[in-house]
Ligand binder design. Sequence first.
Ligand code: G6P
Length: 362
Amino acid sequence: DASDIEKGTYPHYMLKEIDEQPLVIRKIVQAYQNEEGKLTIDYNISEAVSEADRVYIVACGTSYHAGLIGKQFIEKMAKIPVEVHVASEFVYNMPILSEKPLFIFISQSGETADSRAVLVAIKELGYKSLTITNVQGSTLSREADFTMLLHAGPEIAVASTKAYTAQIAVLGILANVVAEFREQQVDFDLVKELGIIATVMEALCDSKEQFEEIAREYLAVTRNCFFIGRSLDYYVGLEGALKLKEISYIQAEGFAGGELKHGTIALIEEGTPIIALSTQNEVNLSIRGNVKEVVARGANPCIITMKGLEEEDDRFVIPEVHELLSPLVSVIPLQLIAYYAALQRECDVDKPRNLAKSVTVE
Ligand code: G6P
């Protein structure tokens, strides 16, 4: 219950929860480590996922955005095909399922009615399910065959922050352990990389003034804002746009850099803020090309990049982490920018209008 959890010296739960992210990552690593320090999950979960010919991730909102990253993890590490679905669409438009599907429900609260409706439907068909949730004993946890917990501690602010990074970390651990189970080669040490992630998260949380400044410069008066990126950066951009919409009421959208020219570029006007994420070597040059295209049409670009890829006019350089895990850190600038934009526009950060922390109606 919100009243039981102290904000301490924080003005808002959201800021406290953003700052808790490094600690949550360390807790998750501990929770999923065995005595030898090796990552481990329930054997039955490894087996169920490994035996699936396709994984279906079902979620809503921020949890859906975490699912998009999870798909990349499971496909790249464990080499199992994955589809990600918005729960409310899945029930009425069920895709043709594979022969041995395994369903993963991602839900901070474990109570989201849209996701539960899918769980009920696939259980009737006799399929297995895993719920990844922050709340032990929640409906989705009780009704699924398996549960993996987020260990993020209670999340009070309506806009989800630490649950998103916790979901991504847990999905990474799941993918890593299943990869091993299936004897797939993973060429990095996830425990070590998550340690680096936690340290970089701390550095980002210590750079608040810079994100406050970016919010002031780009978002103080604008009526809209676009986030662009490619590959993982695109998915993180979707989450950055959602954060900004939820708490600052600025009309924000995330776009795949390559799609800009197919329509969205028509929206660019003099001074339109564009937040571009570029943390992936493979797409760095193409996204910078997209930035040039929008700048030529008057956009006001804010490039957030990763060490090693930086160029002269970039607004922020994130210290280097393993590329596949970059969403865990690149989302933090976007969370903080949204937070400060909402604050500067005098919005109710923790309790935005029209939104509920968990939506228990379909
Ligand atoms: C609500 C919240 C969102 C959240 C979504 C899914 O709409 O406002 O922040 O992402 O539900 O919630 P869940 O608990 O299933 O992750």
